[in-house]
Design a protein around this ligand. Structure first.
Ligand SMILES: [Zn+2]
Length: 317
């Protein structure tokens, strides 16, 4: 650099410089001097700025002002992009929230209208669930059990089979009870074999109020005819049901009243409701067998059973 500058400023110019007319005493010399001072000052400031940047850990500081401006421009662009992106996201979120709100609003309006329509129509759909009377109506009141079935024929005389008479009478009884508005479930309505415990289980699962098992009797030696009804001795409700049914059956058929009896049968023991086992008559008796095989007599038997059950349930016909 110009080590001689200070000398000039104090007025001690070298002969070499003075010979060139480059002296502070000439006007040219003074203007040169001012220029040198400005240049020195700029250099000093640049150096200082460089040191400052270097101390601050700035890399690439040597690349100069244009590079710095480029970086600034880039940074500004990045900030602009980030801000724009943020704004877009905000806008999207707002739009999403708006659409959600609108759709909710629409749904609410639609629901209001559709509910009003439903109420106007018949009050079904949603309003059906809280109505306690609906499931109550579906509850099975009576389970009818046609004894035997399938390979298990029960008693028989030639081609007259107990299982067929039992099913015929049970079906006729079902029809009569349903006509009276009763809900009825059959343990079987076809010629199939069912385990006696399963018959009781069907009634228990249905939570029926009444269980009626239908059978026919047979006496190997001697003579016997007429109707008898069995129930489980420990169940007084079953005794009441048995009495009502027997009374009605005798009135309908005119058959011999053999009375209500207690016996330990699976179906009457295992059932959790009022339950009876009816012996419709004796297949061993020729006259009664003829009756039992006829549809007209079966109808009378069914009438008696149905009326007895309805009487027990307190249903008037
Ligand atoms: Zn039987």
């Amino acid at each position: 650099m110009r080590r001689d500058v200070d000398i000039y400023s104090y007025g001690y110019g070298s002969f070499r410089d003075r010979d060139r007319g480059d002296s502070i005493y000439s006007s040219y010399g003074r203007s040169r001097e001012r220029e040198r001072r400005r240049e020195d000052e700029e250099e000093r400031l640049r150096t200082e700025a460089y040191r400052r940047r270097k101390a601050a850990g700035a890399r690439h500081s040597h690349r100069g002002r244009r590079a710095l401006l480029r970086r600034r421009r880039r940074r500004r662009r990045r900030i602009r992009i980030a801000v724009t992106l943020g704004a877009y996201l905000l806008l999207l979120a707002a739009a999403g929230a708006g659409i959600y709100g609108i759709s909710r609003g629409i749904r609410a309006v639609v629901q209001t209208f559709s509910t009003a329509e439903d109420d106007g129509a018949d009050g079904t759909a949603e309003s059906a669930a809280p109505q306690a009377s609906v499931p109550e109506e579906k509850t099975v009141q009576v389970v009818l059990d046609a004894g035997h079935g399938g390979r298990d024929q029960g008693t028989s005389y030639q081609d007259v089979l107990e299982k067929d008479i039992n099913l015929a009478v049970a079906k006729k009884t079902q029809e009569l009870l349903e006509q009276a508005g009763c809900t009825v479930q059959m343990t079987r309505d076809t010629d199939v074999k069912i385990d006696n415990y399963e018959r009781a289980a069907i009634a228990n699962r249905a939570e029926a109020q009444v269980f009626v098992s239908v059978h026919c009797n047979f006496l190997e030696s001697g003579e016997a005819d007429g109707i008898e009804i069995y129930y489980d001795g420990g169940k007084t409700e079953s005794g009441s049901l048995a009495s009502r049914i027997l009374r009605e059956m005798i009135a309908e058929t005119g058959a011999r009243d053999r009375g209500v009896k207690t016996e330990d049968f699976i179906v009457t023991r295992e059932t959790e409701m009022a339950s009876v086992l009816i012996e419709l008559g004796y297949l061993s008796d020729s006259q009664e067998r003829q009756n039992l095989a006829s549809s007209a007599y079966q109808e009378k038997l069914a009438q008696g059973i149905a009326q007895g059950v309805l009487s027990y349930l307190g249903i008037k016909i």
